[in-house]
Design a protein around this ligand. Structure first.
Ligand SMILES: Cc1ncc(COP(=O)(O)O)c(C=O)c1O
Length: 400
């Protein structure tokens, strides 16, 4: 998948623009990436201005820049700006789309085994309320959702295909575009959770064939916390009534009537954290200036180095599935709880996180996964940092 002729990333410059690398080995980009200086500077400058001249006045002064965030996000995923809603996180984005869909008793939702907990509990709630059935598409021999099994499971009761592209608990990359082709050819709405994919791999909504896509700003995009976005294909969007509205998404035009906005901003509300929104836009432009292909190429190299290094350590089990896993590496160290591993790494200024079974319950149960350690490198990590990480784990696992 790594294309020929990609400009390599200028790692020294990118590290110089990442204040966080001075103090830490940050391998928690699946939690929150380190913001680069341009993102930080834009947000701090904006906040300072709010304090100096007022919040509404700063928004007016920066109207064009803030408006440009829609163009930046649209460019990133190959959409039109009127198909983008900016919201506070990926979960809200996903919920806005999901709960806008009409379901009736007997309808079916098809999903994947590694579906994210927030999405699955929403399926369960709608199942309880309406009587829809949730059917999980099995994985193929390599552990990714099996597109042929999906095809076989389709019937005229399937109202939604909802899938997490890259799950929270490992490097698995589900075949998002293949699923999209199936969804398109049967005219079934397709909601893609691209939360862990955006920022580490190319995302093109046309190639993916998705109708709705949700993502967050703070992870591999390296934007600020509390930012996310939703894409809804124009034709579908015009049919969708958001589950909750206010007078921004649905202006009050007569005493007994509101009118939904004609664009995806019908899924937004009036008040926003504009400094964070600006930071998101800068983060998106920053990633695009580096080049998403180059980012992916380096992510794959670093994640591969980490995975191979860990797998070679006696007593360490790597859990990632799929033929070409992304930059989320999950593993266990025999005899040491995941949280203890994380704590020992933290003492050495290495940031990782853990992923508990309840985040991806079906997958964790099927594979009998314990809470796993999750290390998620990004392009700005160095090979030396990856080696430091594997050295620490070797010491922990083998005592030397
Ligand atoms: C696969 C996946 N989907 C959705 C989310 C939710 O994103 P957010 O925390 O921005 O709502 C996460 C967060 O970890 C995730 O890993």
């Amino acid at each position: 998948m790594v294309k020929q002729g990609i400009m390599p990333v200028d790692i020294e410059r990118l590290r110089a623009e990442t204040p966080g690398v001075a103090a830490r080995v940050h391998l928690n980009n699946a939690g929150a990436g380190l913001m680069p200086s341009p993102v930080l500077d834009a947000m701090i400058g904006y906040l300072r201005r709010e304090a100096e001249i007022g919040g509404y006045e700063t928004a007016a002064e920066n109207a064009a820049r803030l408006d440009g965030v829609y163009d930046s996000v649209a460019r990133l995923i190959g959409a039109s700006r009127d198909e983008i809603a900016l919201v506070e996180n990926a979960t809200v984005a996903w919920q806005m789309a999901f709960y806008a869909l009409p379901f009736r008793s007997g309808d079916r939702i098809l999903t994947a085994r590694a579906e994210y907990a927030a999405n699955y509990v929403a399926f369960l709630q709608v199942a309880r309320r309406t009587g829809v059935t949730i059917d999980v598409v099995p994985d193929d021999a390599e552990g990714v959702l099996d597109p042929q099994a999906l095809e076989r499971m389709l019937d005229d009761r399937v109202r939604l295909i909802a899938m997490t592209w890259v799950p929270t608990n490992g490097g698995l990359v589900n075949p998002a575009a293949e699923v999209g082709r199936t969804a398109r050819s049967h005219g079934i709405p397709y909601l893609l959770d691209a939360c862990q994919a955006v920022g580490q791999m190319p995302v093109d909504v046309t190639a993916l064939g998705c109708d709705m896509l949700s993502a967050t700003g703070r992870k591999f995009l390296r934007g600020p916390r509390g930012t996310g976005f939703l894409y809804v294909r124009r034709a579908l969007m015009r049919e969708l009534e958001p589950p909750m509205i206010d007078h921004f998404g649905a202006p009050w035009v007569a005493p007994d009537r509101y009118e939904l906005r004609s664009d995806a901003r019908r899924f937004e509300t009036w008040e926003n954290n504009y400094a964070a929104r600006l930071g998101l836009g800068v983060a998106v432009d920053y990633a695009q200036a580096i080049g998403i292909d180059a980012i992916m190429a380096r992510c794959l190299v670093l994640a591969g180095q980490l995975r191979d290094g860990l797998a070679a350590i006696p007593g360490v089990t790597v859990h990632d599935l799929g033929p070409q896993p992304a930059a989320i590496v999950t593993f266990s160290v025999g005899g040491v709880e995941a949280d203890a591993v994380k704590a020992r790494l933290a003492e050495a200024a290495i940031n990782v996180s853990t992923s508990s079974p309840s985040s991806t319950l079906l997958d964790a149960m099927a594979r009998r996964l314990p809470t796993v350690v999750r290390a998620s490198p990004h392009y700005y990590n160095s090979e030396d940092e990856i080696s430091r990480m594997t050295t620490m784990i070797r010491r922990l696992a083998t005592g030397h």
